[in-house]
Design a protein around this ligand. Structure first.
Ligand code: IMP
Ligand code: MG
Length: 185
């Protein structure tokens, strides 16, 4: 069935919310050598906007994860395909993720990074998608909360498509139902 896109979050709404998150994060981490860890690929656009809206310079690093699952159902098996390169030991670390769905990917990453001995580890995600949540991952900064649907744009992809759109869209079937599909992070 053909899919169409329905605008869900405008550029203006994203920009406003990113400013708010950046202000809050700046306030919480002022004077600390915080390391922001972006989760590739999805978080690169959000992270880029976030760091430029912060009122002091921060160090950034990236991880890339691969999760295995049949179709839309995450199996919970996650692999690190690119690890962080900076040392996390004794530092405040903030994970920056695009979207949390089931929660298994982020929970895996949280445990993985905790083993590197950060002084603190918090999570900032652009979108908290709640319908399929299985793991109660602690989300410290959330841009938007969405009940369900498969979203694309502003870093989010559907099979590598639509990642670079400046707004967030929901994919809908021609009959108007929100649909589910695969993603490459
Ligand atoms: P989960 O929380 O373990 O289900 O994994 C979340 C990951 O799946 C995110 O980092 C995204 O890469 C991907 N994902 C989940 N929902 C969506 C969506 O609506 N659009 C695009 N990617 C998604
Ligand atoms: Mg991702």
């Amino acid at each position: 069935m053909g899919k169409s896109k329905r605008l869900l979050i405008s550029r203006e709404a994203i920009a406003r919310r990113v400013e708010e998150l950046a202000a809050q994060i700046s306030q919480d981490y002022r004077g600390q050598e915080v390391l922001l860890v972006g989760v590739l690929k999805g978080a690169f656009i959000f992270l880029a906007d976030l760091v430029r809206a912060m009122d002091f310079p921060v160090e950034v690093d990236f991880v890339r994860l691969r999760s295995y699952g049949a179709g839309t159902q995450s199996s919970g098996a996650v692999e690190v395909t690119k690890d962080v390169e900076a040392s996390l030991a004794g530092r405040p670390v903030l994970i920056v993720e695009d979207i949390v769905d089931v929660g298994l990917t982020l929970e895996f990453l949280r445990r993985h990074l905790l083993r590197k001995g950060p002084r603190s580890l918090k999570i900032c995600c652009l979108i908290d998608k709640q319908e399929r949540r299985q793991v109660d991952v602690p989300l410290d900064y959330v841009g938007f909360t969405v009940e369900r649907g498969f979203l694309v744009g502003y870093g989010l992809d559907c099979g590598e498509k639509d990642r670079t759109l400046p707004e967030v869209y929901a994919l809908v079937d021609e009959i108007g139902e929100a649909s589910a599909a695969g993603s490459n992070g």
